[in-house]
Design a protein around this ligand. Sequence first.
Ligand code: AMP
Length: 210
Amino acid sequence: MNLIFLGPPGAGKGTHAQLLMNELGIPQISTGDMLRQAMKAGTEMGLSAKRYIEAGELVPDEVVIGIVKDRLQADDCKNGYILDGFPRTVKQAEALATFAKIDVALNIALDDEVIISRLSGRRVCLKCGATYHLSTLNGRDTCANCGEKLVQRKDDAPETVKNRLSVYAVSTAPLIDYYEKLGLLKTVQCAPTATVEENYAQVRQTLGLV
Ligand code: AMP
């Protein structure tokens, strides 16, 4: 199954993509993770992406389209994949359609207030990619998987989060209509108080995995 996970920043795309990756044995392809890795490694692409990411702006289409096109050639994508955070513009979606056949675009929807609270309390491990929320860490500041010190992503700072949400509304939300018109859209509306397990159960059900 070739999947796209759509939805605003902080809706849980990455969390659910990881759960599904483990369940189905298909890779989660997160452009955000790939760009952060490139930044950390100090590659030319990473350095040029840095200023967009830290300002909560989108990295230019040509850059992310190139990364995804290359990544989808890899052997581990033969039996399917989950695109997490790509496409984010109609131009990216149109490019994707020229080199991939998508089965489902799953829209993970969540209210803005919940998103802001989630992102401002999010702490991440830059080594293994695990994410946590302050409310469940009980004062711990290291990753449960690899022991690395947890940090707040620069783009999770309140002002940048606001910008990311407006970028989402202007550039990415139109993809909901785009995939609806193609008959590929499915939506999971996450309740503000639902647990990850409850939301994931909805994701599975919506994808017909139950
Ligand atoms: P994410 O981890 O998916 O929230 O992405 C973090 C940041 O990486 C975004 O705010 C953008 O600056 C950049 N980014 C990730 N994916 C894309 C994309 N498909 N198009 C443009 N920029 C992206």
